[in-house]
Design a protein around this ligand. Structure first.
Ligand code: DC
Length: 233
């Protein structure tokens, strides 16, 4: 493992959708005083902008051009974090089911991955960050000091998503929601470029029957242990 960086270590959290990455990353970042980078939100912003511009999901030339002109930033807003695309707050618009599925297709395209890879490496290089996504520990920062691979059964992830949607007044059924989770897993694991995959040196955590607090404490202990090793690690 590499030495601790200027602002602390890099923590990579990968796993399928609905495994609890976002909630856990947010809480872990608060406990450690680290910056939280939601790389899925970056892909979602690209998907939203491509939809608005009417770009086909396989039009790599136009997707590359779109990414060249796109600046995605995160701005803290109290306890939450807003996502800005070229200065516009797109935090709510990128969270629909439609954009989720479109993102899964757009994020498989090579020019999109290349553009965001450069942005993500620049954002995380100094450490003191937690990046959550699908390929952080394998592709973006294979030398991250701490890596987790967070999973849960498709049924449990579908159930969590269903409760979230129901709270928002969405009428999707539990069965439909589980089917979409499985569809997304297939797309994310089966793609050619940077597929969802556990890094060999990642700590696997199955959250199916664990509480957020239980998972959080496993993660926090692992990071603090690594920090205590300092540059000797
Ligand atoms: O984490 P999320 O559900 O917001 O991610 C949305 C989509 O983006 C998901 O289908 C996978 C993709 N993604 C990716 O390919 N690589 C990442 N590092 C993060 C997300």
């Amino acid at each position: 493992m590499s030495a601790v960086r200027e602002n602390g270590v890099i923590v990579a959290i990968d796993g399928p959708s609905g495994a609890g990455k976002s909630s856990l990353t947010k809480l872990l970042a608060q406990r450690l005083g680290y910056i939280h980078i939601d790389t899925g939100a970056m892909f979602r912003a690209v998907a939203l902008m491509s939809k608005r511009a009417g770009i086909a999901t396989d039009d790599d030339a136009r997707l590359a051009e779109l990414c060249r002109g796109l600046d995605v930033t995160f701005v803290r807003d109290g306890a939450s974090c807003r996502v800005l695309a070229n200065g516009e707050d797109v935090s709510t618009e990128i969270r629909t089911e439609e954009i989720g599925l479109l993102t899964s297709a757009i994020s498989a395209r090579k020019p999109v991955r290349e553009a965001l890879l450069t942005m993500q490496r620049a954002m995380g290089a100094k450490g003191g960050v937690i990046l959550e996504g699908r390929d952080i520990g394998t592709v973006v920062f294979p030398d991250a000091e701490v890596k987790f691979f967070l999973s849960a059964s498709a049924e449990e992830r579908g159930r969590r998503r269903y409760l979230e949607l129901a709270a928002r007044g969405d009428s999707a059924t539990l069965e439909e929601t589980i089917a979409k989770v499985i569809q997304r897993d297939k797309q994310d694991e089966g793609r050619e470029h940077a597929p969802l995959k556990q890094a060999d040196d990642a700590l696997p955590i199955d959250s199916t029957s664990l509480s957020i607090e239980e998972v959080l404490s496993v993660m926090e202990n692992a990071v603090r242990e690594r920090l205590a090793q300092g540059d000797k690690g």
